[in-house]
Design a protein around this ligand. Structure first.
Ligand SMILES: [Zn+2]
Ligand SMILES: [Zn+2]
Length: 296
């Protein structure tokens, strides 16, 4: 695991398993529960696949190379007659490669950016995720989205199924009994973490559904020009997930993916765009502007 932060990985793993175990404990605790034994067991069993898919997506996203730029791109540019700019571009610049001064002047394709935490350039970089301890880029975007998606589903499931027990616990008003405080604390923690994560993940899901549907990254959201990579909703989803089939919902490597080769496909309206405004879009002096490009 050379490219991931072990501490982040450990933290999320422990937190996820701890809350899930607290949930199963609260669900099957005789003092707390208002479900019958069979309903409790059934709810516990049904939560299993959601948790497995959530954690599986998390593992895949963390372990997957997000798309580190290698030194193949200079030869690729020369072979295909692609222009290489030695300055940073802060706008859409289709069919133009740039050079990274922090990666020993390595040539990188359009949409690649340097991450100062990973200290590498990432293809179609979205952002550096501290919870994953790695960047989210072209090669792990599918797993990142599934992590958000199943994270939302499992926290929604936990919140909805624990709410009746949570409400019931107030009615019983037994929390003052010393031996039961521990049970109620577990229930309270599960409910609070569940509902908070659920709301946060709902917001994240909506954001990334919008980004993927428009083929846009967090970095590109500030660009002023029309997005030349926006090919329509389904085509945009295919660029991350491949052709629609059952694999969309499983954290397996997508097949037949249309990824960065040397030119990304552009929409038909692209010719109307003023792609590169030399005054506004290039940063000549890196020191003056810090490393905004790198950290999102
Ligand atoms: Zn770089
Ligand atoms: Zn990074």
């Amino acid at each position: 695991m050379p490219h991931m932060n072990i501490l982040s990985f450990f933290f999320i793993t422990v937190l996820s398993f701890f809350i899930y175990i607290c949930y199963l404990y609260s669900l099957n605790n005789d003092h707390l529960n208002n479900y019958s034994q069979w309903v409790s067991i059934l709810l516990g069993i049904l939560s299993g696949p959601l948790f497995i898919f959530y954690y599986w997506s998390y593992i895949r996203c963390s372990l997957q190379n997000p798309g580190y730029v290698t030194d193949i791109w200079r030869a690729n540019a020369e072979e295909n007659n692609i222009r290489i700019e030695c300055r940073k571009i802060r706008n859409y610049a289709p069919n133009v490669y740039t050079v990274c001064d922090k990666c020993d002047f390595m040539v990188r394709p359009e949409r690649a950016h340097h991450c100062s935490i990973c200290n590498k350039c990432i293809l179609k970089m979205d952002h550096h995720c501290p919870w994953l301890g790695t960047c989210v880029g072209e090669k792990n975007m599918k797993f990142f989205f599934l992590f958000l998606f199943y994270g939302f589903l499992i926290t929604l499931y936990i919140t909805l199924s624990i709410t009746p027990t949570f409400i019931q616990s107030f009615k019983r008003n037994e929390a003052d009994l010393p031996q039961k405080r521990y049970y109620y604390a577990t229930l309270f923690l599960t409910f609070c973490v569940g509902i908070t994560s659920c709301i946060l993940l709902l917001f994240m899901n909506c954001t990334y559904i919008y980004y993927i549907s428009h083929n846009i990254t967090v970095i590109e959201i500030s660009y002023k020009d029309k997005n030349p990579y926006d090919l329509g909703i389904y085509e945009n989803w295919k660029m991350v997930f491949g052709e629609f089939n059952w694999r969309w919902f499983v954290p397996l490597t997508p097949k037949h993916l249309l990824q960065t080769v040397y030119l990304l496909p552009l929409n038909g309206n692209y010719s109307n765009i003023n792609v590169v405004d030399l005054e506004d879009s290039f940063l000549v002096d890196n020191d003056q502007h810090g490393s905004v490009d790198e950290e999102v």
